[in-house]
Design a protein. Structure first.
Length: 302
């Protein structure tokens, strides 16, 4: 099994170095740092980097494009959590073991910090592309610029109004008698879209071909659904100390989860089916994919 702490630590150093320096307590930079550097697992950036490494072993290219894009994915993920915790959405008090951003900095700053992180993700990705445009070798420059543009396009659409945001719209307005398939569709948009974006962007940046991109996208879909089902179970069974966030939030907000509709046994069984499908799609990818097999085991085992 891979060492998650080591990989999380690696991503943390990148995030730390790319986030703006805090000018003073309570500033927007302070709130951005608070909301990101607060103990997340960093699964999405880790997945982006590992997907990149399946297709490209060049460490200079990794530093120039894969690492900033990995940080950007975490900025987007962090913004979505900050906004999801707001009073208008889940109205949560704790996230990652500390006060949610709006509880710490006030409601308006909660909104603005999420906005700032979303914008900063795009500043970070386009900043990487600007660096690429300074490469002297015209062929390498053209190839890498093309990959950056396609990765930005993938990330923006998967997290946009037809992707993650639409998932949140559905989540906020789901009928109490929604059918299980409808709930899975919401999970796909709310959760899988960002996993897909991380994997596909990593693969694009590494130089994957269209068939390989399609394959890794499917893996992202199944991993995301399994991850959401696991999150639903943990929301019911885990403790605050284990998760560092409000427990029973789904029930409090009357959320119709797959678990609430289908029960524990069927949810666990569906989770394992999704993981098996993810493993099947991953197996045909090139390179060393032990990381992804371990990730599937990790998600299905607790
Ligand atoms: C656009 C506001 C907005 C939200 C989008 C992401 C999201 C939808 C809502 C956040 C809450 C939620 C239940 C998300 C589903 C995905 C999920 C389980 C997120 C938590 O991810 P982890 O466990 O968190 O990777 P850490 O803290 O480790 O980064």
């Amino acid at each position: 099994m891979f060492d998650l702490n080591e990989k999380t630590g690696f991503v943390n150093t990148i995030l730390e170095s790319l986030l703006p320096v805090s000018k003073r307590q309570g500033s927007i930079e302070d709130a951005m740092r608070y909301s990101v550097l607060n103990g997340g697992k960093r699964l999405r950036p880790i997945m982006l980097i590992e997907a990149f490494r399946l297709f490209c072993a060049d460490t200079e290219t990794e530093k120039m494009i894969a690492l900033p894009f990995a940080a950007a994915i975490e900025f987007i993920h962090s913004y979505s959590l900050v906004h999801d915790d707001l009073p208008a959405m889940d109205d949560d008090t704790y996230r990652r073991g500390q006060l949610t951003t709006h509880k710490k900095f006030g409601h308006a700053m909660g909104v603005l910090t999420g906005d700032a992180l979303l914008n900063y993700a795009f500043e970070t990705m386009s900043g990487a592309a600007v660096k690429v445009s300074g490469i002297r070798n015209v062929e390498i420059k053209a190839v890498l610029l093309d990959r950056c543009v396609r990765a930005i396009s993938e990330i923006s659409s998967q997290t946009g109004y037809l992707g993650m945001i639409y998932g949140q719209v559905r989540d906020c307005s789901e009928e109490t008698d929604a059918a299980p398939d409808e709930v899975i569709k919401t999970d796909e948009l709310k959760t899988s879209c960002l996993f897909e974006a991380a994997l596909v962007a990593g693969a694009i940046l590494g130089g994957a071909d269209p068939e390989q991109i399609d394959r890794i996208k499917k893996a992202g879909y199944h991993i995301g659904i399994a991850f959401q089902l696991r999150d639903d179970i943990l929301d019911e069974t885990a403790t605050f100390e284990e998760l560092g966030k409000d427990i029973g939030s789904d029930e409090k907000n009357g959320k119709k989860t797959f678990l609430a509709l289908m029960g524990r046994e069927k949810t666990v069984s569906r989770l394992h089916t999704e993981m098996d499908k993810a493993r099947e799609t991953i197996n045909d990818l090139p390179g060393e994919h032990g990381f992804f097999e371990d990730l599937c085991t990790m998600i299905s085992s607790n």
